[in-house]
Design a protein around this ligand. Structure first.
Ligand code: FES
Ligand code: MG
Length: 570
């Protein structure tokens, strides 16, 4: 079955010294001659790590993929790339998403593989892997970790992240003991897998499925469900066929598939983080996607009743039918778009049936009539900001009030619980210095805790705004991703305590009600904070990172390079 067009032939198909070197060293693992006969070599790009607990099941799934690759006559080779443990890395895993993307891109390019299966799960791993893979553009399929089993504690279901934010506010309000709080830890995370709320990990897996970049049902099958292992096996079979069909990543993704991603993100009540990730992936593929395109989702009803926008968890979503049901409900709204199966995305909904209409609502009875993210603009966010109305308090979505400003996260943490903090439930809390360059890495601190004094009075939501992101599991009336960020000299840097700010989600407006002359005076007196990182990757990141409205990729990583590598290693 030798096919000399195949990429791997430039490594394993040579009857010379170079071919000897490429084959002989691989043979030290016990591979016989015939696996180098030209059959598709499939890279299994694995973000498994014990420091990324959400991805700790990926070694098992890699075995499933290998079974499928062997069965279809391919040659599977698993390789590790940097893993990003959202809950373990400081200052934030997002700082390293682009580093993972570089690792993935260069690994795929440098090795003699013909197609690649991306094994990821935890928030930044899926986008980082897709960004890197898109810049090389081989046949590519995603297999996700899958969600943890539902959290269980004191007879109730509890959700990753979402209930952490709820419980910690309850402790601060004196409504929950610290002992109970700590006891909930073990019940929350009781199996392998990603957060079982519709956080960023499950959002990205849902969006990837809606883009036809995984096999159907990939998003929701629990990590420990044996059907996920079967899906990995089927993915292994399919990637071999994709190599034979020369169906590259760029043949699957299109402007239409990104639009489907935006529609799906709205319908599932997905994470705000999907915005920066989809923008960054589009930048790699060369598809002109902008922040305004996300408005497409603003009229889509919220169908999936999962935390943080609803009440259920990913296990329930799976048993109700998962993404195929959502795609079926989106029906006519979906754009025609190709998938890794070669046909149209509509095929993913074939035979889908909803088994619980409270978990996945029909279009005729949505959880909320309009669920998508709103893009905000105005003098406070000339390049845009976003808000997630489905996770916000309705009455706060139109709000004008005085600002109380925290210049940094340290200032915020040192003062937020002060009894004499001069704020009311109507004050708009403003946090600076948490954008891509500022923190650096644009961490998930945008859903800043409510001042302790107000929490004790029963206040659970306030308008908060920043250049940060927030966890996909978080909720509240939180304006995020303000661009340009404060550290890049955005208007946000000029806001002072006492200034009035107007937020209108319905109009998509975010205005700092200070006259232009005064802002000019403040701008003239402003200087960025001194550089905190002066060497290494973090310096490169700060020097080259794009703003949130462009996906926060590094400027020199946008686009792709699909040229063959011609020079040999020896
Ligand atoms: Fe890894 Fe939520 S922290 S998926
Ligand atoms: Mg996260």
């Amino acid at each position: 079955m030798t096919d000399d067009k195949r990429r791997n032939r430039a490594w394993y198909g040579k009857a010379d010294r170079d071919g000897f070197i490429h084959r002989s060293w691989m043979k030290n693992q016990g591979f016989p001659d015939h696996v180098f006969d030209g059959r598709p070599v499939i890279g299994i790009c694995n973000t498994w790590s014990e420091l990324t607990p959400c991805n700790s099941g990926l070694r098992d799934l890699a075995e499933g993929v290998k079974r499928g690759v062997w069965e279809a006559g391919g040659f599977p080779v698993e390789f590790p790339v940097m893993s990003l443990g959202e809950t373990q890395m400081k200052p934030t895993a997002m700082l390293f998403r682009n580093l993972l993307a570089m690792d993935v891109e260069e690994s795929i390019r440098a090795y003699g593989i013909d197609g690649v299966v991306l094994l990821g799960g935890c928030d930044k791993t899926t986008p980082g892997q897709l960004m890197g893979a898109a810049s090389v553009d081989l046949p590519t399929i995603v297999v996700s970790s899958g969600p943890m089993l539902n959290g269980k504690w004191q007879g109730k279901d509890i959700g990753s992240g979402t209930d952490v934010w709820k419980f910690s506010e309850a402790v601060r309000a004196g409504e929950m003991t610290l002992q109970d709080f700590m006891a909930a830890e073990s019940g929350m995370s009781r199996s392998k897998g990603v957060c079982m709320t519709m956080g960023t990990a499950s959002t990205m897996a849902s969006v990837v499925e809606a883009m036809g970049l995984s096999l159907p049902t990939n998003a929701a099958l629990p990590a420990v469900d044996s059907r996920r292992m079967a899906l990995a096996h089927m993915t292994g079979k399919r990637i071999v066929e994709m190599v034979e069909e020369e169906l590259k990543l760029s043949d699957v993704v299109s402007r239409e598939s990104f639009e489907n991603a935006i529609l799906a993100n709205a319908a599932v009540g997905g994470s705000t983080n999907a915005v920066v990730h989809l923008l960054a992936i589009a930048g790699r593929v060369g598809i002109d996607l902008s922040l305004d395109d996300f408005e497409l989702g603003s009229e889509v009803p919220l169908l999936v009743n999962c935390m943080p926008s609803g009440q259920y968890l990913m296990e329930d979503f799976c048993y109700a039918g998962g993404m195929p049901v959502v795609l079926k409900e989106l029906g006519e709204m979906l754009r025609p778009a190709r998938t890794v199966l070669g046909g149209d995305i509509g095929v993913y909904a074939d035979g889908a049936e909803c088994w619980n209409e409270d978990v996945i609502r029909p279009m005729s009875n949505p959880l909320k009539p309009a669920a998508g993210l709103r893009v905000l603009r105005g003098n406070l966010a000339p390049q845009g900001a976003i808000i997630k109305p489905s996770a916000a308090t309705e009455s706060l979505l139109e709000h004008e009030a005085e600002a109380y400003v925290f210049e940094s996260i340290e200032e915020f943490k040192a003062n937020i619980d002060r009894e004499d903090l001069p704020v009311t439930k109507d004050t708009i809390l403003v946090l600076k210095g948490c954008g891509p360059k500022g923190y650096p890495g644009m961490p998930e601190v945008g859903n800043m805790p409510i001042p302790a004094r107000l929490v004790k009075e029963g206040v659970r939501d306030m308008v908060r705004l920043s250049d940060a992101r927030m966890s996909g599991t978080a909720y509240g009336t939180v304006v995020l991703h303000i661009s340009p960020e404060a550290q890049a000299g955005g208007t946000l840097a000029l806001v002072k305590t006492g200034d009035r700010i107007r937020l209108s989600a319905s109009e998509g407006a975010l205005e700092l009600l200070v006259d232009e002359a005064e802002l000019e005076t403040r701008r003239a007196a402003w200087a960025p904070d001194p550089a905190h990182y002066t060497r290494g990757y973090a310096k490169m990141y700060v020097d080259h990172v794009l703003q949130a409205d462009q996906g926060a990729d590094l400027d020199f990583l946008v686009g792709k390079d699909t040229r063959p590598v011609t020079r040999e290693s020896h």
